[in-house]
Design a protein around this ligand. Sequence first.
Ligand code: ADP
Ligand code: MG
Length: 259
Amino acid sequence: MVLSIAVTNQKGGVGKTTTCINLAAELGRLGYSVLAVDMDPQGNCSSGLGIEADAVNVSLYDVLLGGASIQEALVATPWEGVSLLPATIDLAGAEVELASIISRETCLRRHMAKLDHYDVAIIDCPPSLGLLTINALVAAQKLIVPIQCEYYALEGVGQLARTIGLVRDCLNPDLSIDGVLLTMFDSRTRLAHDVVEEVRRQFGEIVFSTVIPRNVKLSEAPSYAKPITYYEPASTGAQSYTLFSREVATRWLHLKTKR
Ligand code: ADP
Ligand code: MG
């Protein structure tokens, strides 16, 4: 694995899963070999990439706790360049079951280290700071935090930063918030502009230039089990996720920007 990127924020509904699905699909279209890792028991990243729980024989739960190999859990998706480590609802039990095993925080990292034919992994985190998220933070080299352009946008970010600090001190020395993505921007509201300004002031250069607009096509795409660029390529949602993914590839995967 050349690079692993976790998308994290313990707040629910901020666009983590949407970002993982569409970043994975776009990096795949750019020619990278991508592994999407679904660490949320809800399995929305898996279903959004077209892999329903019924079709999953070996899931991430089986890898973390059931003795299955990580290779057994890999599934191909219909999208160019994208494979998936799927989650099913039994992953919810892992939060508790992991507590009693040795090196419980490094479980995902140790398994992922066995994979060497991917350029990049995108890890979708659950909306909590429990052991599943800790495993993702330990396995990641880069962190992207999506922030919704709404009331209480920065609520919980301090707590997230403290957790990241603890993981950095004990288990992953280079860990920090490397990217902040503004999501669900509604240009008509004053509040959304204020949030953008405040987040850029607080986080500076790590905030991606691309802001993801609120776009109904983005909320429809999961029910068609498609990434946005395959579902509605002309939508503003698709265009913004394409630009954002190019930014990620330029920053961290040495993509040469087109002239
Ligand atoms: P999280 O994974 O952080 O809980 P999701 O990505 O699942 O957040 O997004 C929460 C809900 O909002 C989902 O129903 C999703 O389809 C929708 N959504 C996400 N991003 C956008 C957007 N930019 N515009 C409109 N709807 C969005
Ligand atoms: Mg999610």
